[in-house]
Each structure stands twice: as structure tokens, then as C-alpha cells.
Design a protein around this ligand. Structure first.
Ligand code: SF4
Length: 511
């Protein structure tokens, strides 16, 4: 706040257009919300000049937002603002549908009043004061919401199973242990709009009759932890967590458990063990977490994005939600679009959108004008899809059909300069390093796969090595105990399926 001028400097989360960051949004009541791109310290005076006089630094302007009227009031244009492109005219934003990310980068994540000011906690109020718990579960079931952590299990059904599990003491847990290389969707959601996550968990807890929630988050996300802690304090001070929420007699609170960044702790049973203070190692299932989860009690585990979908489903209704996306794959999905793509950033699209649309319409194709060759979806558990299959709709089933998976939402683009064998080696190296070592196929199999890949990449491999690599991949996939080992060979198998010539090219003629 400046004593001479009514200007506030407010921290927001990320609006998602990483390529153009640092982005500063200048909100001019009665005029516009203008986004300025690549703003640096030396631009400060020009930014203030825009706020005071409407003096627009044209080389920095990205766009203006016309429908963002919940804070600025009704917007009136004119006075030199007409020439600024609208938000919807920027291809990166125009082809997205922002449901989860609708306020990311626009509100102050450290101020609960801003969240409440745009309708935040309305859904929780509606759910707790006017809906029966079973009706909430039914609404989530009818919305078609599927778990966004990768498996795509129907969220409402999981809630129902947890609710019906015998026992009084139960937990809900948020999996915020995002560990895929190149994936930062959950981090963005928590840093930019932490109350949305808390509100989703509050609604879920009431529906399932649970009184304690946990957010399991990796320690490598300090800002997300800091903002969540602040959001929890604020929610408690507003009576949105704690005793007798909304005078309904319902008690619920959430605490944070930090993980040490072991990738395997994203697996549900390893995550539960880690919360209990044990070594984060997977165990055989069944029993599933819904029967025997954290501290041996029935536990509903959903990831950050799944919880974040809940408030909007309750506020706008299952019919509205299920009208977005595709049959059996409703709603939107947030992706981190990274790698050798022009527009790197955080992207939200309806499920069923084609890879082509994400990579070319939103991502603007390869970085530096290079040709895109493939995209990796699903992180180290996923596969590499060649350009000729980019018409594939991004949904749980269609990605499986081409040998990969949705995963939590990482999309890593590769261009004509990328060696696909080297990519497979990178992911096997990652998975081998993250293997917990409990079962032989994963512990030893991945090590051997890495040795073979190292040989091939060094030009010392043989055709025999290629055959052995395929055989080992299939064995590790079929015989490993948990999802890490079962899916780790996917990058090898898909690069062999679609780019076998690149393996052959690395084998010397004499071998
Ligand atoms: Fe551990 Fe790998 Fe076995 Fe999973 S598959 S239990 S990560 S050794």
C-alpha cells in the first residue's frame, strides 16, 4: 500500500504460462486486468505507471482478462486498452478449459478472504448444512469423477467403500507426494489455491463421516507446505476446521505429514507406512487402504487434484461437471507440459482432448521451431507416444491402448534431436534408483535393464541385448510387487514398439 496512491502489491500463485514468466497482473478497477509478461525489476516504474495512468508498456503486454469480474467489479474498456489482446485470443489460454486452475495466478493464496470473496467454502457450506452425506457421495458418483493420481478409480465409489467399512475411526488422506520427473501440477494447485484442496477434503470428510484428515506432502515442496499451513490456520480461525463446523456438530481437522521425497511413497501402502513413521515400502494388497489403511484404520486416499475437483462438483452439480470431457472420462485434467515444446506451462483441458491439440494448439509445437517426435505421458511409469498417434484422446483408456497411461499429468515432449533409447535409459535409471528393493524382479531386473541400456547407448550392445532387454522388461512388469516395478519397463517397451530402429541404429554391424 502506497501512502500517496491506492496501489496494493499482492502475491499470487502461478497462472501457468511458464514460458512468459515472470508475469505481473495489473488490476485497474473500472478498466481491466492486464497481464504483463517477462517483467523484471527495471520494469517496476512502468508497471506502476500502468496502474496509475493506464500507460501500457506494449512490449510487456500479454493480454487482458475481461470476464474476471469477481474482484475488479464490472469492467469498462477504453482509453488505450482496446488494442490489448483478450485472454481468450492468446492460443495458450484459448484452447484450455480452466476449472481447477480458474483462479490460479489471480488470487492471493495466502488470504482466505480472497478465496471466500470468489465463492470459496460455499460448496462446503451447502454440503454440510443442506445435504445428507449419502447425497454428497451420490453427487460425486454421478459426476463421474475418477481419481486424478493415475489409476482413474471412481472417486465417489471409493468414498462409499470407505464409509461402509466397519469401524468408527477412519482417515482421509491427500496424496501430495508428486514425484514424476517433469510433473508439478499438484505443486501448482497447492501453492496457488490451497483452500480449494482443504474445502474438497472437508466435504469428503463430512460425506464419509471422518474426523481426521492428513495431507502427505513431499518435503521438497516448502512453499506449498508453508501455504497449506497458513491456509489451515486461517480455516481454523474462521471455524471452517475444528469443532462444530457451520454449527452442524461436525468436527474435522487436517494435519500435514511430510515425506522425504522417496518416489515409491506415492504408492498407497508405502504412503500409509510412511505416515505411520515406518519405512515407506509397499505391501501386498489386499487388504486395500479402504479396509486397512493408515494406523490400520479404513482410509480414503485421493490425490490433490481429485480433492480439488470436489467443491466445484458440489457447487455446480454433477450434471454440469459431467457435461465436460468425454463419456466415462468426465471433467478436466491438469497437465504440466514440459520438455522440447514451445509453450512450456501448466495446462488444463477437458478429458478426451487430443494430444495434438495440447502439443500444437496450446504448446505451439516444438521449441525453437524443431519438429516434435514424441511425447511421454505418465512419468516414469508411462510410455512414449510417436507423433503419428497424436490424435489419441487423452483419457484413461485410450492412453492405455497405445501402451502408456495418464499418470498424474506429466507431458514431456521430445523433438527430432532426442534419442529415444537415451530417454528409456533415463527413466530406467530413475526407477532403478527409486526401487525400494523389497522384491527381486524390480530390484535386480531394473539394474540389469540399466546395464544393457548403458551398453547399447555406448555403442557396445548387440541384437541379443535388445531381445534380452525386451524379455527382462516383460518379466519385471509381470512379477514385481507394486506399481513402481510393474510399470517401470513401460518407457522401454514403448520406445521399442515405436522407435525400434533407434535401438538398431546403435548396434554396430559387427555385433
Ligand atoms: Fe519395492 Fe520395486 Fe518391489 Fe515395488 S516393485 S515393492 S518398489 S522393489
Amino acid at each position: 500500500q502506497n501512502e500517496n496512491h491506492d496501489i496494493s502489491l499482492v502475491k499470487t500463485g502461478c497462472i501457468g504460462f511458464c514460458k512468459e514468466e515472470p508475469i505481473v497482473s495489473v488490476s485497474i478497477p473500472g478498466k481491466a486486468l492486464v497481464l504483463l509478461r517477462k517483467v523484471h525489476q527495471e520494469d517496476a516504474e512502468r508497471v506502476i505507471s500502468l496502474a496509475l495512468q493506464g500507460d501500457v508498456p506494449s512490449d510487456r503486454v500479454l493480454c487482458k482478462i475481461s470476464d474476471w469480474d469477481h474482484i475488479t467489479g464490472n469492467l469498462v474498456y477504453g482509453n488505450g486498452f482496446d488494442s490489448i489482446p483478450e485472454y481468450e485470443e492468446i492460443p495458450f489460454f484459448a484452447h484450455q478449459k480452466k476449472v481447477i486452475l480458474r483462479d490460479s495466478g489471480l488470487i492471493n493464496p495466502e488470504d482466505i478472504d480472497e478465496y471466500i470473496g470468489i465463492g470459496g467454502y460455499f460448496a462446503a457450506f451447502k454440503a454440510l448444512t443442506s445435504m445428507e452425506p449419502d447425497a454428497i457421495i451420490d453427487e460425486v458418483k454421478r459426476s463421474g469423477l475418477r481419481g486424478r493420481g493415475g489409476a482413474g478409480f471412481p472417486a465417489g465409489l471409493k468414498w462409499e467403500i470407505t464409509k461402509k467399512a466397519p469401524g468408527e475411526e477412519k482417515y482421509i488422506v491427500c496424496n501430495a507426494d508428486e514425484g514424476d520427473p517433469g510433473a508439478y501440477m499438484n505443486r501448482n494447485e497447492m501453492e496457488s489455491d490451497p483452500h480449494m484442496l482443504l474445502e474438497g477434503m472437508l466435504i469428503g470428510a463430512f460425506a464419509m463421516g471422518v474426523h481426521e484428515g492428513l495431507i502427505y506432502i513431499r518435503a521438497e515442496y516448502p512453499l506449498a507446505i508453508e501455504r497449506l499451513m497458513l491456509a489451515l490456520d486461517q480455516a481454523r480461525s474462521y471455524g471452517l476446521l475444528g469443532k462444530n463446523i457451520f454449527n452442524t456438530g461436525f468436527d474435522f481437522d487436517i494435519r500435514i505429514a511430510t515425506g522425504a521425497g522417496a518416489f515409491v511413497c506415492g504408492e498407497s501402502t508405502a504412503l500409509a507406512a510412511s505416515i505411520e513413521g515406518k519405512t515407506g515400502r509397499p505391501r501386498l494388497r489386499p487388504p486395500r487402504l479402504t479396509e486397512k489403511g493408515v494406523f490400520g484404520k479404513p482410509t480414503d486416499l485421493n490425490n490433490v487434484e481429485t480433492w480439488c475437483n470436489v467443491p466445484v462438483i458440489i457447487a455446480k452439480g454433477a450434471s454440469w461437471y459431467s457435461s465436460i470431457g468425454a463419456k466415462g472420462n468426465t471433467g478436466t485434467k491438469v497437465f504440466s507440459l514440459v520438455g522440447k515444446v514451445d509453450n512450456v506451462g501448466m495446462v488444463e483441458v477437458p478429458l478426451g482432448t487430443s494430444l495434438h491439440s495440447i502439443i500444437y494448439d496450446i504448446g505451439n509445437g516444438g521449441a525453437l521451431g524443431r519438429e516434435v517426435k514424441a511425447v511421454q505421458t505418465g512419468g516414469p511409469s508411462g510410455g512414449c507416444i510417436p507423433v503419428r498417434l497424436f490424435d489419441t484422446p487423452v483419457d484413461f483408456e485410450n492412453l492405455n491402448k497405445v501402451g502408456t497411461m495418464m499418470g498424474s499429468g506429466g507431458l514431456v515432449v521430445m523433438d527430432e534431436d532426442t534419442n529415444m533409447v537415451d530417454i528409456a535409459r533415463y527413466f530406467i535409471n530413475f526407477a532403478s534408483g527409486e526401487s525400494c528393493g523389497k522384491c527381486v524382479p524390480c530390484r535386480e531386473g531394473l539394474k540389469h535393464m540399466l546395464l544393457i541400456l548403458n551398453r547399447i547407448v555406448a555403442g557396445k550392445g548387440t541384437h541379443e541385448d535388445i531381445n534380452l532387454l525386451k524379455e527382462l522388461s516383460e518379466t519385471v512388469q509381470k512379477t514385481s510387487l507394486c506399481g513402481l516395478g510393474q510399470t517401470a519397463p513401460n518407457p522401454v517397451l514403448t520406445t521399442m514398439q515405436y522407435f525400434l530402429e533407434e535401438y538398431d541404429d546403435l548396434i554396430s554391424p559387427e555385433a
